[in-house]
Design a protein around this ligand. Structure first.
Ligand code: ADP
Length: 644
């Protein structure tokens, strides 16, 4: 194979252009990115070698090497990891594979002004391509583990193209050779490299070996006793996997660096959970609750797993079995002492040890969240804003922990202002003595909820109503029917009479006794509107408004209908109940019109107007907007002719 030239994909060219011209002051992060790639490659090689005796190595032989050559002005980062074959090179370093890098680019398309903000490079981390911040030529020599194909050399100046040719490499692994740009000799300095590695890559489980050229024998300085030909070699990272250390040994800075490594989020973790599980099964866990939701949070195929190690050996960076889906925002690592090393990724889902660890992790995470909610209110609210909708999935999915989860929920209510929320506990604690149940209104937004006529009677009783305005609230609603001893009642469903004790409602006889006296107007309206509503009845929930629509006790309300439609689901035809306020002047007018002459055509107009208003109030479309508008206009015209 001769030298081939391949053009970079457009997105790579764009990225390289930004990286090269960026004035980002912390160019040293390129080393963090390269060491992280080398460590991943070692993880994978070590994992593959578990089932392949031929490629096994002594523990201490898996290494990252950094070689400084002052004369050639090169810095080389090598590993004896998996390496890459031809296809992998093309897929990985000719396109953009890294999710962090993708996000970086996405953020640039959304906000082009960010192209001039070099600090974003550090925040997102642009992976391998960060090399071009410090090098004007990068060569990658790589050989795939377990392949008979020759090694390959990739080379590029970071412009439009890269070249590819065959070469030799004694064993599997990768060398990344950076030809440093003018003026960047600091990266040829052993001290500088040591301090960068200490800062960014100390936790890497493999030894990072720094090879510096032997000291110059011609200098006066003969402090170095060792004057052999071989370069000096030293391990410059502490190697101890950060999760194996005791929390008191780990600095905030080190946690943060590790968080970047596992999450590809270059912000700060919101909360760090570092502990050892003991008892039934032993493991170490280092988990992070991020501050911001990642872009793939709602994607089924998103990268939501925990990194799993078994006795320090990397197994997978995407173990979804370790946490339930509703905690998929948690990032981190679990290292088990009890799983067998050859555990297959497919087996993890059903493994009894994994299930025990999972149970323990869930309890720990929920406990941490609960403490955060009690002690760091602001932090918890920020957390809930980002991840509340995901956590709510647990109300449906994790019956065992439902009570704990209910205590973690926050909702806006008739008493909260702005971004404020209330928990079930606080709601119950401030309930007036006469109030027996917890009241909930589902709506599309807090604004829509606050305007609902359904709230009127609660205002007069001074009862608080919780607003469920997340689409997910409606979904989990069927699983959430009580909080402690209290029933959760949806105020837009079923019959509601605050002056009646709900406990009594159960008796059918009682219901019969309480039945409203027959009303000729209601009977007439029922027949008139039978195509559109299921029933017409007098309301106990209205004070100022003339009417509203409510669902049956188990029927579907307007919000649920909209959620289902938005999801492309078939919505079963469900008619709601029109409630009219017997104390409203409009209804009084209708009563007298009806008793004078039940055939009066104006009555039909009134009935249609009432129904139209009720539909508008709950945010539903009108069946015949033109007729509604005509009726309103003629009313207005009649009114103005009265005045003149
Ligand atoms: P990331 O490492 O975040 O995925 P990079 O742009 O740094 O993104 O690297 C892209 C891909 O190139 C990696 O996912 C990996 O598959 C491959 N790669 C990079 N460096 C190495 C290496 N030293 N050994 C093997 N593969 C590598």
């Amino acid at each position: 194979m001769t030298t081939e030239t391949h053009a970079f994909k457009t997105e790579v060219r764009r990225l390289l252009d930004l990286v090269i011209h960026s004035l980002y002051s912390k160019k040293e992060i390129f080393l963090r990115e390269l060491i992280s790639n080398a460590s991943d490659a070692l993880d994978r090689a070590r994992f593959e070698s578990l089932t392949d005796k031929e490629h096994q190595k002594a523990e201490e032989d898996w290494k990252v090497r950094i070689r400084i050559d002052k004369e050639a002005r090169t810095l080389v980062v090598s590993d004896n990891g998996v390496g890459m074959n031809r296809q992998e090179i093309e897929d990985n370093i000719g396109t953009i594979a890294n999710s962090g890098t993708k996000r970086f680019l996405d953020s640039l398309s959304a906000h082009p002004e960010n192209a001039s903000k070099p600090e974003l490079i550090g925040q997102f981390g642009v992976g391998f391509y960060a090399s071009f911040m410090v090098a004007d030529k990068v060569e990658v020599i790589t050989r795939r583990l377990g392949s008979l194909d020759p090694a390959l050399k990739w080379s590029s100046h970071g412009e439009d193209a890269y070249t590819l040719e065959e070469t030799d490499r004694a064993e599997a692994g990768t060398d990344v050779i950076l030809h440093l740009r003018e003026g960047l000799d600091e990266y040829l300095d052993g001290w500088r490299i040591r301090s960068i590695v200490k800062q960014y890559s100390d936790y890497i489980a493999y030894p990072v070996v720094l090879e510096t050229p032997k000291p110059d024998v011609d200098t006066e300085d003969d402090s170095s006793a060792d004057e052999g030909e071989a370069p000096k070699e030293e391990i410059i990272n502490s190697r101890k996997a950060i999760w194996k250390k005791s929390p008191s040994e780990v600095s905030e800075e080190a946690y943060k660096e590790f968080y970047h490594h596992v999450s590809h989020d270059f912000g700060e973790p919101g909360k760090t959970i570092h502990y050892a599980g003991e008892g039934v099964t032993e493991f170490k866990a280092l988990l992070f609750i991020p501050k911001q939701a990642p872009m793939d949070l709602y994607m089924r195929e998103g990268h939501h797993g925990i990194h799993l190690y078994v006795r320090n050996v990397f197994i997978t960076d995407d173990c979804k079995a370790l946490l339930p889906e509703y905690l998929r925002f948690i990032k981190g690592v679990v290292d088990s002492s009890d799983l067998p090393l050859n555990v297959s990724r497919e087996m993890l889902q059903d493994d009894a040890i994994i299930r025990k660890i999972r149970k323990n992790l869930v309890a720990k995470v929920l406990k941490t969240l609960s403490e955060m909610k009690e002690k760091h209110v602001e932090d918890y609210r920020a957390f809930f804003k980002a991840f509340g909708p995901v956590l709510k999935e647990g109300l449906h999915a994790d019956i065992e922990n439902k009570d704990k989860l209910l205590d973690l929920m926050l909702y806006p209510s008739t008493r909260t202002e702005g971004d404020d929320w209330v928990s079930f506990r606080d709601y119950v604690d401030r309930m007036p003595a006469a109030q027996k149940e917890i009241y909930v209104l589902t709506a599309d937004s807090v604004q829509a909820a606050k305007a609902s006529p359904l709230l009127e009677v609660f205002k007069t009783h001074d009862y608080e109503v919780l607003f469920w305005v997340d689409p997910i609230d409606e979904w989990v609603g069927s699983a959430v029917t009580t909080y402690g001893e209290k029933t959760i009642r949806h105020i837009d469903r079923g019959e509601l009479d605050l002056d009646k004790d709900p406990a009594e409602e159960k008796s059918e006889e009682k219901k019969q006794e309480d039945k409203e006296p027959a009303s000729p107007l209601l009977d007439w309206m029922k027949t008139m509107l039978s195509g559109e509503v299921k029933d017409v009845r007098f309301s106990h929930r209205l004070v100022d408004s003339p009417c509203c629509l409510v669902a049956d006790e188990h029927g579907m309300n307007a919000t649920m209908e909209r959620v289902m439609k938005a999801m492309g689901q078939e919505v079963p035809e469900s008619k709601r109940i029109l409630e009219v306020n017997p104390n409203h002047p409009v209804v009084a007018v209708m009563q007298s019109l009806h008793s004078e002459n039940a055939e009066n055509p104006e009555l039909k107009d009134y009935a249609d107007l009432l129904l139209g208003q009720a539909l508008l109030m709950e945010g539903s479309p009108l069946k015949d907007p033109a007729r509604f508008s005509r009726l309103v206009s003629s009313l207005m015209a009649a009114r103005s002719s009265e005045r003149s």
